[in-house]
Design a protein around this ligand. Structure first.
Ligand code: CMP
Length: 138
């Protein structure tokens, strides 16, 4: 059993994709144990993506992630981190496997619809960044 943080990014919410993405998560058999809609402010987005702070795309990423509402979710299940990453597909929608969320719905390498934690350590950081233990229904 492990947990991962999933985000439906501003393009996913703006383009009416919340239901389709949640349907895929549930069909995969992952349990949603926390969920909240919010609009990130600059400080929250910069803290969340601090590992990317020196990358050339950082400023643009922060503008994008604060541009509209997002849906934050905690997913739980056997191998949840890898299973959610498989459902999402590669970061760049052009390189994502056919049938994945990013291949079908992503606009470009930045506006790629969804986020998922990439390791156990980052999942712990990312879940605790947005959720208190009492927010999760286990
Ligand atoms: P995500 O999986 O949320 O992690 C970091 C995000 O930065 C990534 O999805 C994209 O939204 C964005 N990103 C990653 N690489 C690039 C890039 N080369 N150019 C622009 N944005 C990027």
């Amino acid at each position: 059993m492990n947990k991962t943080l999933a985000i439906i990014k501003p393009d996913g919410v703006a383009n009416g994709l919340i239901g389709e993405i949640i349907k895929r998560i549930e069909q995969e058999g992952l349990k949603i144990i926390g969920m909240r809609m919010t609009q990130l402010d600059r400080r929250q987005a910069e803290g969340f993506y601090y590992v990317h702070r020196s990358r050339p795309f950082f400023h643009s990423l922060i503008e994008y992630m604060t541009s509209g509402p997002v849906v934050l979710m905690v997913l739980k299940g056997p191998n949840a981190i890898d299973r959610w990453r498989t459902l999402m597909g590669a970061t760049d929608p052009r390189k994502a496997d056919p049938g994945t969320i990013r291949a079908e719905m992503g606009l470009n390498i930045e506006r790629n619809v969804v986020h998922g934690s990439d390791s156990g350590d980052s999942a712990m950081y990312e879940i605790n960044y947005f959720f208190k233990g009492s927010d999760l229904v286990e």
